[in-house]
Every structure is written in C-alpha cells, then in structure tokens.
Design a protein. Structure first.
Length: 166
C-alpha cells in the first residue's frame, strides 16, 4: 500500500525540473491522492470555486462559480457535490453538460471521465484548496434570466490545501 501512495504522490517530471531550476530544496509532495479532511473542510466553507476542464476539442476553459456556504461540499469518500446557479453560456458548463437539455442527466466516468480541476477559496480566512477529479455526473434545471441551476458530482483524485500570506 505504501508503494501505491508514494507513486501517486511523487512530483511530476516537469515539477521536478522546475524545482531543480529554482533551487528548491527536495521535499515530499504535499498533495493527497484523495479528498483530504482538511480540503473537505475548506471546500464546505468556501463561497467560491474556480473550475476548469477541457472541451471536446481539447481546449482549456475555466470559470468561477459561487453560492452560499455549503454550495460545494463532500458527501461521500472523495465525492463532492456542487450546486450553483450559472450563466447558460458558461464555457465550463457547456463542456461538462455535453449539450444535454434541462432535466437530462449527463454522466461521466470516475476513473476515465472528463477531468475537472478546482480551486475552492475562503477569502475571509485566507485559505484555499486545489482539487483534481473526474466528472461522475450531473443535471441542469432552468432558472430565470438565461441562467441554469447545475447539480454536479465529481470524484476527487487529488487535493492540496493551505493558507497564504499577504
């Protein structure tokens, strides 16, 4: 089991090269290969989450979604749910929903599905958590003024949380 953990938490070759070029002291990778409890706590206390993905042509897109505290939160081991009102023309929403209409379920695959990156931010307490996972599924419901309510489930494969100094 230790060998699997070490393999999943080694720095990527590109990261190792950057550390070497910047003369950063060698250390362990602080990334967890699951949704760590600290990361889950920050996620549930964050009013904002930046999300990113690739569309069907491989182009990267990012967006910021928000809501009341708890709009994004864990609900099972390394599974998170996000429920937010989003503009219908949001490029991440378009890529994730794959053209599905209101009420239709869009599905992913938690091991080989669409990659989703996230950065949950708690500005008040200057904390953030970086997330990486795969789309499990979701659905859309129409709301007023060209916006949609999105319900999203993501299987988290990596998390990294911390404070920042300003």
């Amino acid at each position: 089991m230790a060998a699997i953990y070490e393999l999943e938490t080694q720095f990527h070759a590109g990261e190792q090269e950057m550390h070497k070029l910047l003369n950063i002291v060698e250390r362990d990778n602080p990334t967890s290969p699951y949704l760590a409890p600290y990361a889950a706590n920050i996620l549930s206390r964050s009013p904002l989450i930046a999300l990113g993905t690739l569309d069907d042509q491989g182009r990267p897109w990012s967006t910021v979604w928000g809501g009341e505290l708890g709009f994004a939160q864990p609900f099972a081991a390394s599974l998170i749910g996000v429920e937010s009102t989003v503009a219908s023309y949001d490029p991440v929403l378009e890529a994730i929903s794959q053209g599905k209409a209101e009420g239709e379920i869009f599905q992913g695959n938690e091991t080989t599905g669409m990659m989703i990156s996230g950065l949950a931010v708690d500005l008040e307490h200057r904390r953030r958590v970086k997330l990486f996972g795969r789309l499990v599924g979701g659905t859309l419901s129409a709301v007023q003024n060209g916006a949609e309510q999105v319900h999203l489930v993501v299987k988290i494969e990596q998390s990294l949380g911390g404070y920042w100094d300003i």
